[in-house]
Design a protein around this ligand. Structure first.
Ligand code: ADP
Ligand SMILES: O=P(O)(O)O[C@H]1O[C@H](CO)[C@@H](O[C@H]2O[C@H](CO)[C@@H](O)[C@H](O)[C@H]2O)[C@H](O)[C@H]1O
Length: 461
């Protein structure tokens, strides 16, 4: 491999990059700042994974801050990870990955494109992950797990996953999947931290992070995680919709999903700290939910008429805290829904993926111990989502799945989440509010789905 380096004066690249990133970046599915104009960029770091002036394609690893119109002047903007391919001419197969021709600056004369779409460049990333070490600000690491943990083989064919995602994933030879985080938050990403803790604890419900890469300075940022690809698996969302279409009650699967959730919760509670939550913390929790509701109602006007009645669910938790109720709080998944559970081929075991939590929340908040009921509420919302998106709407199907899920959870955890109705309702409300914002931003046609839950929850059902 040719010698590649961290570019010491990344600023010099901006004249080449900025005019191209301006129209391209806001169009990316993973760009989180939709709806507010991009006003400028700051290059945080630039590393040549493959030299841009070498004989073949080049690969630039960039950390870029994006300034936006709706932010205060003091806000430096969100930081994104970009993998930019460079070539003198783009072969037709890579045309869909085009960003544009650099017309000025040091990259002038080169065509820039989305590097993860180029199998050759994606292969290089795997090569780096196979061999721990550093390159400029980037550090490549491997899981030093049980003796004999295999090193991913080299030369596996790469393809982008192509799913509608918050990040970007690359699949290697249907054997490994690399998740490339896009919007970065300083700190240790729970999508690496939690699967690592679970792997070390021997919990086999989560694909083991076999390798990852990160940057210490700037950051620390977790940049990408490589895990075994669960070939032939299907996610719970697809299976639930198929069941609905076939008139299948899905109750046994829902109960199994409850069992799997409880297993993961138990393993997380054994591996990582568990704290008590009551009194002032319960009030803080309720205040956080109320503040999110207020912010959501500013973004999604349809929420406004329901806000006072929704807030009652949060007030109930604060009131219980004041009366001395104590809950256990632990590390949780944080954004659990049917799409995060993958079932192995032929009715195989279920695995849980994507421990990143809700990507719009600050990392410190996502990494805080929280009541496990929060994940349960996420799954209950998901059964509701499935029933709502199916025609005709089948509320009885959702209710039966919700009950079966809680019963399955209770059998493994030893405690039934339905015995905490106030907390469960508060988390379900918080989730429905989050979903209203998510849908308004990403899939406006779907907004009626969480709004139906908002209406139900506001009515006290
Ligand atoms: N280990 C895996 N094996 C098979 N498919 C996976 C695996 N991990 C993720 N996927 C697929 O990739 C999709 C996106 O992964 P996810 O971690 O949810 O990314 P994001 O946070 O970007 O949404 C999932 O919906 C699933 O279909
Ligand atoms: O999987 P992600 O981490 O990208 O999660 C985000 O996108 C999800 C949609 O893909 C969204 O989930 C919502 O829609 C699902 C159906 O598509 C449904 O099963 C979930 O219950 C519902 O919340 C998730 O909220 C968002 O964070």
């Amino acid at each position: 491999m040719s010698e590649a380096a961290s570019i010491r004066t990344p600023l010099a690249l901006l004249p080449s990059l900025a005019p191209l990133l301006h129209p391209w970046l806001p169009r990316q599915r993973w760009f989180a700042g939709k709806g507010s104009a991009v006003t400028g960029f700051t290059l945080v770091s630039a590393t040549e994974l493959l030299p841009v002036r070498g004989p073949g394609p080049g690969l630039l690893h960039l950390l870029v801050r994006v300034r936006q119109a709706d932010r205060p002047r003091s806000d430096e903007g969100d930081c994104y990870q970009l993998l930019i391919g460079t070539r003198r001419a783009l072969p037709p197969a890579l045309a869909p990955a085009l960003i544009g021709p650099a017309r000025q600056g040091p990259l002038r004369g080169l065509t820039l494109y989305e590097g993860t779409h180029d199998p050759r460049l994606a292969g290089l990333l795997l090569e780096r992950l196979r061999t721990p070490g550093t390159l400029g600000p980037l550090r490549f690491e491997r899981y030093a797990g049980a003796p004999g943990t295999p090193v991913p083989p080299g030369g596996l064919a790469a393809r982008p996953l192509g799913a509608e995602q918050s990040n970007s994933s690359l699949v290697y030879g249907d054997a490994y999947i690399l998740k490339v985080f896009r919007r970065l938050h300083p700190g240790h990403n729970p999508d690496l931290e939690l699967p690592l803790a679970l792997a070390r604890a021997g919990c086999d419900r989560v694909p083991v992070p076999v390798a990852w890469y990160a940057s210490a300075e700037p950051g620390p940022y977790t940049l990408g995680v490589l895990q075994p690809f669960l070939r032939g698996s299907r996610d719970g969302w697809v299976l639930a919709l198929e069941a609905l279409a076939a008139g299948d009650p899905f109750r046994a699967e829902a109960a199994e999903l409850g069992r799997v959730t409880a297993e993961v919760h138990t393993a997380l509670a054994d591996a990582l700290p568990v704290v008590k939550l009551g009194g002032a913390q319960a009030e803080e929790l309720a205040a956080g939910m109320a503040a999110r509701l207020e912010a959501a109602a500013r973004t999604v006007p349809a929420l406004r008429p329901y806000a006072p009645r929704l807030r009652a669910a949060f007030d109930a938790v604060a009131a219980l805290g004041r009366r001395g109720r104590i809950w256990a709080a632990q590390r949780v998944h944080g954004d659990l829904h049917l799409g995060q559970l993958l079932r192995g081929p032929g009715g195989g075991p279920w695995s849980v993926i994507d421990f990143e939590g809700e990507p719009t929340r600050p990392l410190t908040e996502r990494c805080r111990p929280q009541p496990a009921v929060r994940d349960v509420a996420g799954m209950l919302r998901s059964f509701d989502y499935a029933a709502r998106t199916h025609r005709p709407w089948n509320p009885a199907w959702a209710q039966a799945c919700r009950d079966a899920y809680c019963a399955g959870y209770a059998r493994t955890a030893g405690a039934d989440p339905r015995e905490e109705p106030a907390l469960l309702r508060a988390y379900e409300t918080d989730k429905a509010v989050y979903e209203a914002v998510y849908e308004a931003r990403h899939r406006p046609d779907w907004l009626p789905v969480p709004m139906a839950a908002v209406e139900r929850l506001a009515a006290g059902d």
